[in-house]
Design a protein around this ligand. Structure first.
Ligand SMILES: CC(C)(COP(=O)(O)OP(=O)(O)OC[C@H]1O[C@@H](n2cnc3c(N)ncnc32)[C@H](O)[C@@H]1OP(=O)(O)O)[C@@H](O)C(=O)NCCC(=O)NCCSC(=O)CC(=O)O
Length: 285
């Protein structure tokens, strides 16, 4: 049984994309490179793949964040802090772009149809190009811890919110679980999040350069759309799971679904507090 519309749309886009001359060049670089093609996530063998690594990383992040936020901060000069932030933002926006492109090219090169994209067959192993990009995505979430350090060093402690620390710590856990269970929704969630992060890190970069873009609200709107889209993808996964012969990683689906719902709640709250007319009146006073 199929969800109408999406499979046809996927085939049309795929047919169009693979005909482009640029596609085979990108495929050679981002899919067929031996390191990418032969990638395999092996728990405890692949760097950063053990449960112990995950636990220590997340606990260290939370502890350091708590301790550093309580200590008197080292006084970094503002230009130095801005330079570090600019480099960090350029790095993450470039990496997010490459990950989105790598994963999209892998989808069109390796995934035969929409059903498989949303629902990997049961027993799929986390190997090959799609999981290579999921692995880089997981590592990039650890690099994103630097956002927290930048907030602490800048001394704007009100930005060190529950939303920020919760998001940064749990997203690493989510990526780990997705890799370890070869979760079906990985490619689409990855592409969506990387596209949003290209926009978000461009916003942060412009802030660092002293331009505070007027489109901040659009970035938050875009993030909210992303969570609704992720929710739709998760719903399709369940649909295919129960109407076909089952999807890979269905157990870890519960964790992802709960995490996405919590982010929807927290970001809607952030949106209401930052952009509602009451918030504007409050800021204006
Ligand atoms: C528009 C947002 C992206 C960011 O909202 P904020 O209120 O944090 O933004 P802001 O306008 O205060 O940010 C501008 C300030 O950030 C500084 N800044 C620059 N680079 C930064 C970086 N990489 N991380 C954190 N802060 C940074 C700038 O120098 C500037 O400081 P100055 O003003 O001093 O010049 C929003 O939608 C949002 O996500 N809010 C939640 C808070 C959060 O932590 N979000 C990021 C991770 S969540 C995420 O990533 C979700 C997802 O997956 O999509």
């Amino acid at each position: 049984m199929e969800v109408p519309f999406f499979p046809t749309l996927f085939s049309c886009i795929k047919d169009l994309v693979v005909q482009q001359a640029l596609f085979s060049t990108l495929e050679d670089w981002l899919v067929k490179h031996p390191k990418i093609l032969k990638f395999s996530w092996e728990n405890g063998q692949t760097p950063a793949s053990s449960h112990r690594f995950l636990t220590l990383t997340v606990l260290s992040y939370i502890s350091f964040t708590f301790v550093l936020s309580q200590l008197s901060r080292p006084s970094l000069s503002r230009p130095l802090l801005k330079s570090i932030a600019a480099l960090h933002n350029i790095f993450l926006l470039t990496l997010s772009f490459i990950m989105a492109l790598g994963c999209l090219v892998s989808i069109f090169s390796q995934v035969p149809n929409f059903n498989t994209l949303v629902c990997f067959p049961r027993g799929t192993s986390p190997s090959g190009p799609l999981f290579f990009w999921a692995y880089i995505f997981y590592l990039s979430k650890i690099v994103e811890f630097m956002d927290t350090l930048l907030i602490i060093l800048s001394g704007s402690m009100k930005r060190l919110s529950f939303l920020h620390v919760y998001h940064h710590s749990m997203v690493v856990v989510m990526c780990y679980i997705c890799l370890d269970s070869a979760q079906s929704s990985v490619p689409m969630v990855l592409v969506t999040n990387c596209v949003v992060h290209v926009v978000m890190y461009t916003y942060y970069l412009l802030c660092t350069l002293g331009m505070h873009p007027k489109w901040k609200k659009m970035v938050t709107d875009f993030q909210l759309v992303q969570f609704w889209l992720s929710f739709l993808i998760m719903a399709m996964l369940v649909f295919y799971h129960f109407t076909a012969s089952g999807c890979s990683g269905i157990l870890s689906w519960c964790f992802n679904a709960a995490f996405i719902v919590s982010l929807l709640y927290l970001f809607s709250d952030f949106h209401a507090k930052s952009y509602s007319s009451n918030a504007k009146v409050f800021k204006g006073n």
